[in-house]
Design a protein around this ligand. Structure first.
Ligand code: MG
Length: 275
């Protein structure tokens, strides 16, 4: 059975316009990133989704003050790791979970940031407790909590998932992030965290420049990077994942982005028909 093709996109004040672009390409599944500071207008969004016949699977929390400029910036600003913004981001995450419940969206996800290696550290324990509190709140609404992958090794992530001990917590597996952050081979990583899959991104990328320590790799259109998508799909199949493949394309130019999503959809549809 081929996977439905979905798209990861960012919420805006004109959701109807975004959805028209996607449904015009025959895409009716998605995940919506909710930037920090955007007011959470569930009623308007739900109406736009209903009108478009579009199914949202996940609301993705993105927080004020995050920077993806390079690896040190990510370490210092992203997710639940920076202590100064933990309280604010926990409250925002809870609000997004509540919005998901109101909109009938079954999943919440976010990049929690680089999980500290040392499980005994105060930061590790604080982040663990924060993930559990949000997960428990989500569970009351029957909502899952997926951690975006790629900023740590699969082994570190697996150890963290085991430590969390919550059935509704798993991963949103992004194969390109493993490459962009230089954290390991994405196919091997998927073998490790496969039992914890909730959703997956279809994104491609090339490795960081080894002459520029701390730099990130470059995200590129599907099929133009280093992700082995036939192997990726075969492993998804092995783990029984039948959900959508959510194309994530970060190109700044909207025209390029839409063109590459349409090409990516055709690329994945051809590959997934072969699995
Ligand atoms: Mg991603």
């Amino acid at each position: 059975m081929p996977h439905p093709i979905g798209v990861m996109f960012t919420a805006s004040d004109d959701l109807a316009h975004t959805l028209r672009d996607l449904t015009g390409m025959g895409i009716a599944h998605g995940q919506m990133a909710v930037p920090g500071g955007l007011s959470l207008d569930g009623a308007d969004w739900r109406r736009a989704l209903d009108n478009a016949g579009f199914t949202l699977h996940t609301l993705f929390g993105v927080y004020n003050g995050e920077s993806y400029a390079d690896i040190p910036a990510v370490q210092q600003t992203v997710g639940f790791i920076p202590p100064a913004t933990r309280q604010e981001r926990e409250a925002r995450s809870i609000a997004i979970v509540d919005l998901a419940a109101e909109m009938g969206v079954p999943g919440f996800a976010t990049h929690i940031g680089f999980v500290p290696e040392d499980a005994g550290s105060a930061d590790y324990q604080a982040v663990l407790a924060m993930v559990r509190r949000i997960a428990d709140h989500a569970a009351k609404h029957g909502i899952t909590f997926a951690l975006e992958t790629g900023q740590e090794t699969a082994e570190s992530l697996l150890a963290f998932l085991v430590a969390v001990e919550r059935d509704n917590v798993g991963v949103n597996f992004d194969p390109a992030n493993m490459i962009l952050y230089g954290t390991g081979d994405p196919i091997e990583a998927l073998e490790v965290v496969g039992p914890h899959l909730i959703t997956v991104h279809a994104k491609d990328g090339i490795w960081p420049d080894s002459d520029a320590p701390g730099s990130l790799g470059r995200e590129v259109a599907l099929g133009e990077g280093k992700v082995d998508f036939p192997a990726f799909l075969a492993i998804l199949h092995k783990f029984g994942y039948e959900g959508p493949l959510f194309i994530e394309r970060e190109a700044e130019d909207p025209g390029t982005r839409l063109r590459d999503i349409a090409r990516g959809k055709a690329y994945l549809a051809a590959l997934s028909a072969e699995v």
